[in-house]
Design a binder for this molecule. Sequence first.
Ligand code: CUK
Ligand code: CUA
Length: 622
Amino acid sequence: MSKESEKQGLTRREFLNATAMAGVAGVSLGGGLMGMSPAFAAKSASGNATVGLGELDEYYGFWSGGQSGEVRILGLPSMRELMRIPVFNMDSATGWGMSNESKDVLAGGGGPYFNGDAHHPHMSMTDGRYDGKYVFINDKANTRVARIRCDIMKTDKITSIPNVSAIHGLRVQKAPYTKYVFCNAEFRIPHPNDGRDLTDPSKYRTMFSAVNAETMEVDWQVIVDGNLDNTDADYTGKYACSTCYNSEGGVTLAESIANERDWAVVFNIPRIEKAIEKGMFTTLGDSKVPVVDGTHGSKYTLYIPVPKSPHGLNTSPDGKYFVANGKLSPTVSIISISKIDDWFAGKLKEPRDTIVAEPELGLGPLHTAFDGRGNAYTTLFIDSQIAKWNVDDAIKAYQGKKVSYIKQKLDVHYQPGHNHTSMGETRDADGKWLVALCKFSKDRFLPVGPLHPENDQLIDISGDEMKLVHDGPTFAEPHDCMIVHRSKMKPLKIWKRDDPFFANTTAMAKRDGINLTTDNKIIRNGKKVRVYMTSIAPSFGITDFKVKKGDEVTVVITNLDMIEDVTHGFCVVNHGVSIEIGPQQTASVTFVANRPGVHWYYCNWFCHALHMEMRGRMLVEA
Ligand code: CUK
Ligand code: CUA
């Protein structure tokens, strides 16, 4: 740790300590601090020089897009943005929310909704290692969970979670394989939420849900006390652990932070599964999902008291510990997973006997990441720092030994939420890179109006000291990310003709007697018109078609190009119609031709020297 940053850290701490701060007041205190460290700006200003021009990155980073509702792929360590995957949002470039195929996916999530709040992207695993198959992500805004297929990097399923409100924390079962995606619903509501108990918050409850990773159906739910926040799973498949605030069951801020302690709640997966197998469950309202009661004292759960309003929950990659991050407390609580075994075997007296250390790290610990060498990295929201600390040393210190467990504190810009290490949530944690996702950028970049960008920072953690190597703005709001070595990924370069993503469209063509790769035909069925055409750069298979005013038109296009990166588009002027058709893909869009006249359609993905000429006419009769 440099003298300078040490001094700065102290200055900040002193400043904060001098100001009677408690809990949530830290948010505004943090705001007051932001203009105050010019030295840091000079020290950390750096571009990326770690990946040469034309070289490929070593890692895929999957970023949640927060309120934008999307997921982004960045290359690491260059931090170059490679792709945006629309998930809960609409997207003009790819036609997400416009094409029939994407509408089918979105329909799975109820709605119609045009927004999402995507926080936690996590990849499916086998034996605690990424398998490159799926990325799952929550939507807090509309209580949904989505799955992205990593071969095509498109969202292929969205599920609306019944009986609960606002899915926040999400993680996958790590071992033996990702059978379940664990989802924390945050807000408490009446059960069922059908108009009963509106003004009786004592009847409100929330639930922990297990979504089946393959079917994307909810396999079971567990009723809990308090509000669920974040979650993670162990490396055996036995447990998931969630942070839980508002043990008071309050509905106002003051009511929700009255207790000194809230909980980390452990879910005993085998016990829950056994109960459901035996039919020991209930259902709520119209939902058929089996529900078990995991409130305080239940045999399915363990409520471990930890300092109030804990936030992030992270499993160490050696599989030994759950770490609950204090947020309002300057500590994190280290929970021993083998002691959880002891608790469920009846060998411990108190739930807190599972805690093996509670190191003090700084103000506002939110999330912790690991390097696979025994060190942990915790974001300090209020201090705007990353604390690097050693897990074993923290445990020794808790046992009364004189060791200092904090190894370094690095200033980051400003107010970091999540952080994530390369491969750090898996057995393959390789301790090379750490990303800090900062909520503010303040005066760091060219001003762009009252809404500022946020700021992602990349930190080299391969040596003894953390070193900041990249600092770059980013649009709202990268909540969290996940860093996957490229050896785990096998994305396709062109579509397979039998891809299930457009199976419904293929089935429709079959019913119409159409061969999608050869036919250019118009099928009329009353007021429904289906226009089947091929495309090959630089032309559409049909260059004009005639419909009547009020007809419902479905255009189905099959891109016959075999060359990677030759994507076509189909855009009808003045109709709000725009879709992407990748090489060998079939895509379709349905709209009403409600205006008589000549309406040009054109290819809106640059594909050829004659791309501008790739167009045709829709002739609409009055
Ligand atoms: S939560 Cu945002 S900083 Cu939604 Cu993962 Cu912690
Ligand atoms: Cu096809 Cu541009």
